[in-house]
Design a binder for this molecule. Structure first.
Ligand SMILES: Cc1ncc(COP(=O)(O)O)c(C=O)c1O
Length: 409
């Protein structure tokens, strides 16, 4: 797509077959992108082609199809490298999802953590970036410190800095909250941590979908994201890690593909990234992810961000006109994710009512219980937008919420 051309959202929507379906006899308004995004034809075709005519196990055979599948799998790694601007494909580890990527770092990089060591998280983390660190707290007595947010969801950089100490072993922090939409100034976070020699893992599960990401510009030590939120298949995620860090880390899982040599008494390991890809990898899923990233790049990440900013602003404006709604997260720098509750109604009831109008939103904890506790709630609704959503869909959301409000009035 021409970068100067207007953003043709209707043409983009035609790339996603599922968007033309109806639910309950109404056109689908899919606003659950923060949980998982729909797939463009380019991804569906790439996956189908891989199974239909390019499939075999990778890195093993010397036969034609094995070589072809290996080539496509490694091509996907190169696409990911370019997508995050890593220096080398050796720094790109394929995982099943973000959850596995973070567990990998926690288990492997964190193997040397000891009692009294400290880990700094933000209060906005998804459970995926909390529970693997709790394991260190439970098993070794590592201390978790929590960086706070202001009431409007703004990340408090000064308060974060106060948490860094000579005992801090890692900062693990989201780039964009999956509930509040807050964009964390991770470049500043990394600068402050590095000034004290502390490495930083950035959870880009939401941010990589909505913002251009450059791991070298950020100087991130680890950066992860998950394919299914980025218009790619499930079962594929990415861990970027600086070469020197990955090279010094012990394996996470043992098995085929990750070794150099095994004898009865010894084992030596392959270099990264293969050291961290034990067993048959998600071959077709990686190929599908490559297609998804190329699709996103063909539209242009700056243009997607600009379109989603319009959706975010319009959604905030429309929702602010509904008296009974409480919106969580109005930080100046935030993505197109809007969490809300309606006074006097349970979020599950709200989502069920608007679902009947064809509007799909999420309701629940969003796997962020510490954050919800910070706001004194146990659940919220969440509308999360993607590159194919329209202003008219924001109207459909607002109209459905008006209807729900009448129901509970
Ligand atoms: C910020 C954030 N981190 C991590 C995850 C976990 O992603 P996955 O379940 O694909 O591992 C999510 C998913 O909702 C998320 O929003």
């Amino acid at each position: 797509m021409n970068a100067a051309a207007p953003y043709d959202v209707e043409a983009i929507r035609r790339d996603f077959p599922i968007l033309s379906r109806e639910v309950y006899g109404k056109p689908l308004v899919y606003l659950d992108n923060g949980a998982s995004a729909q797939k463009p034809r380019a991804v569906i075709d790439a996956v189908s082609r891989a199974f239909t005519s390019e499939y075999a196990n990778v890195h093993r055979g010397l036969h034609f199809l094995s070589n072809l599948a290996t080539e496509k799998y490694e091509e996907a790694r190169e696409t990911v490298r370019g997508f995050v601007n890593a220096a080398s494909t050796d720094e790109i580890v394929f995982t099943r999802n973000s959850t596995e990527a973070i567990n990998l770092v926690a288990a492997s990089f964190g193997a040397s953590f000891r009692e009294g060591d400290e880990i700094v998280l933000s209060i906005m983390e998804h459970h995926s970036n909390i529970v693997p660190w709790h394991f260190h707290r439970e098993h070794k007595g590592v201390v978790i410190r929590w960086a706070p947010v202001a009431d409007d969801g703004t990340f408090l950089l000064d308060e974060f800095e106060k948490l860094l100490s000579p005992r801090t072993k890692i900062v693990a922090i989201t780039h964009m909250s999956n509930v509040l939409g807050t964009v964390v100034p991770v470049k500043d976070v990394i600068r402050l941590a590095h000034a004290r020699g502390i490495p930083v893992l950035v959870d880009g599960s939401q941010a990589a979908v909505h913002l251009p990401v450059d791991v070298r510009d950020l100087d991130a030590d680890f950066y992860c994201f998950t394919g299914h939120k980025l218009y790619g298949p499930t079962g594929i995620g990415v861990l970027y890690g600086k070469r020197a860090l990955l090279a010094a880390m012990p394996p996470y899982m043992g098995g085929g593909e990750m070794i150099r040599d095994v004898t009865e008494d010894t084992v030596t390991y392959a270099d990264p990234p293969h050291r961290f890809e034990a067993g048959t990898p998600p071959i077709v899923e990686a190929i599908g992810l490559g297609a998804a990233l190329r699709y996103v790049e063909s539209i242009g990440r700056d243009r997607i961000a600009a379109h989603e900013a319009r959706l975010r602003d319009y959604a905030h404006e429309r929702l602010s006109r509904i008296n009974s709604l409480i919106v969580y997260g109005t930080a100046k720098d935030k993505g197109a994710i809007v969490a809300f509750n309606m006074t006097g109604a349970h979020p599950h009831d709200i989502s069920t009512i608007i679902d009947r109008e064809g509007v799909a939103v999420r309701a629940g904890t969003h796997c962020a219980q510490p954050l919800l506790a910070r706001y004194g709630v146990t659940a919220t609704c969440r509308a999360s937008f993607g590159l194919y959503n329209t202003l008219a869909e924001v109207d459909r959301l607002a109209d459905a919420l008006h209807k729900a409000q009448t129901f509970f009035a």
